[in-house]
Ligand binder design. Sequence first.
Ligand code: TXA
Ligand code: MG
Length: 303
Amino acid sequence: MAIPTETVYGLAADAENPTAVLKIFAAKGRPSFHPLIVHIASAEALPQWAASVPENARRLAERFWPGPLTMILPRSERVPGVVTGDLPTVGLRVPAHPLAQALLQDFGGGLAAPSANRFGRVSPTTAQHVREELGDRVDLILDGGPCQVGLESTIVDLSGDTPVLLRPGAITPEQLAEVLPNLALDANASGTHCSGRLESHYAPQASVQIVLQDELDERIAAAQGPVAVLSNREPTSSAAFHWLPMPDDPIRYAQLLYSRLRELDERQIPLALVVLPAEAGIGLAIADRVRKAAAPRPSTHAG
Ligand code: TXA
Ligand code: MG
């Protein structure tokens, strides 16, 4: 079943039912060693799913849950190995979306859920996107409207001595530092057990290039075929281009980004030039996702 969350739509199954969890990997075409996040109803359930709950995890939960933050903690016996690719840790999150909340509270257990897209592709931010991604591989889609955040959750690894930011998101490093003064940025950005950290990811069919606003005219003129421009300011170029306007406000930019990347493919535009907002706050997460969309594609998810 696909469910809305405030970040992106997830493809959910009972975390304690290994058969159901395996169906998630099959539907996504995702390698089974890639660990899933377990979604729970509230921070009160944390000790049931984590083998130990350090003080900084409690404080993060109090401050940011329900919300777009995932914590990596040692996993308890309640979490089957199939959920975590046999890692000794588990990702846990309390989503804020009212439908996800209602479902989790009714259900009482944990829902293992990755983003509801095929492996390597752009995460869905509407129910319609899920249908386009997964078609009849998903039996039921709960339509909770467009996702408010539009980018995947911030991930913090609390399982080691020093907390590490594994994936930037709407909860910014500045906000995290209020609770975690010793937060480290991920030193091993190419680690492959975290799918959000593979080089090419979140990618549309179109090739994506990051450019500065000042370079646009030149780059449009140099393009071989149809070209789209994602920017908050319309280029002045006299050559033809498709302008896909982006909001000035980085929070709204994040909300719209994945729909825009999908639009490229719907309109069969092979190349997109993307101007990023400032790399501060949520701008860090935007830059991270666009870089992954722009990264060289391995043949397995090229084209
Ligand atoms: O916003 C989100 O986080 C969305 C919604 C549905 O909650 N979910 C999501 O899941 O983005 P997914 O599976 O697409 O990305 C989760 C990331 C993956 O990169 C995975 O490798 C990493 O979290 N992850 C999960 N458990 C982990 C663990 N125990 N250790 C390290 N990384 C982990
Ligand atoms: Mg994903």
